[in-house]
Design a protein around this ligand. Structure first.
Ligand code: 13P
Length: 247
């Protein structure tokens, strides 16, 4: 049985004061929930305050990105060690916005996952197709390529996969639970074939997840959680997603 896993990706939103305000309101809303893993991934500048505030809870802290080099002259970049010292347990890697706007390739994603795992960080690996790729029947081919490239020579312990169809991100257009489930099933089959028994790997769905649609998504056999953008920015909304996420 895979434990539900709900993660907030705040993207480039919330400064330090807003982070503090959110977490102080959010903690009491989810107090007592022990059967769902919860993670918050704020911007880098909010990691320290978030880590401090989340310390007495079992809510995990994640980063949205990191560099694959361990240290060095890489102006503006953040290393795995820096994330660990800031209190992160986890890092999101290969988000479609990183791939699209910052030219992250599967090869770069692969290097980042290797460094993250070597340092002891858990990983949420994002994959997903564009609208044009889905409409031209190339979804599974795109996923094959992303999974093979991103996970080359990597074992699945400590790795969660987030399936985020690009056409569903921030558009209000959620994949139907059936389409999401079919695609998750394909990803699990790929993992079983290429990485051994993937029965315990969690696969999150991401793309316009909200309190109103979480239950029907989670009712699907292959959906183990969600990676939430917009609807994770308000404490009540994110808490209601978590409450609706029980299997
Ligand atoms: P939205 O929930 O805003 O569609 O964003 C999804 C996402 O990209 C999470 O990483």
């Amino acid at each position: 049985m895979r434990r539900p896993y709900i993660a907030a990706n705040w993207k480039m939103m919330k400064n330090l004061a807003e982070t503090e305000e959110f977490i102080n309101s959010f903690i009491p809303l989810v107090a007592g929930i022990s059967d769902v893993d919860i993670l918050i991934a704020p911007p880098f500048t909010s990691l320290s305050i978030a880590s401090h505030l989340l310390l007495p809870t079992n809510i995990k802290l994640g980063a949205q990105n990191m560099h694959y080099e361990e240290n060095g002259a890489y102006t503006g970049e953040i290393s795995a060690d820096m994330l660990l010292f800031a209190g992160c347990s986890t890092v999101i890697i290969g988000h479609s916005e990183r791939r699209q706007y910052f030219n992250e390739t599967d090869e770069i994603v692969n290097k980042k996952i290797k460094t993250a795992k070597k340092k002891g960080l858990e990983v949420i690996l994002c994959v997903g197709e564009s609208l044009e790729e889905r409409e031209s029947g190339r979804t599974f081919g795109v996923l094959d390529k992303q999974l093979a490239g991103s996970l080359k020579d990597i074992s699945m312990d400590g790795v969660t996969v987030a399936y985020e169809p690009i056409w569903a991100i921030g558009t209000g257009r959620t994949a139907t639970p059936e389409i999401a489930n079919e695609t998750h099933g394909y990803i699990r089959e790929w993992l079983n074939k290429n990485k051994g028994n993937a029965g315990s790997v969690r696969i999150q769905y991401g793309g316009s997840v909200k309190p109103e649609n979480i239950s029907e998504l989670m009712a699907q056999s292959e959906i183990d959680g969600a990676l939430v953008g917009g609807a994770s920015l308000k404490p009540e909304s994110f808490a209601n997603i978590i409450k609706g996420a029980k299997k």
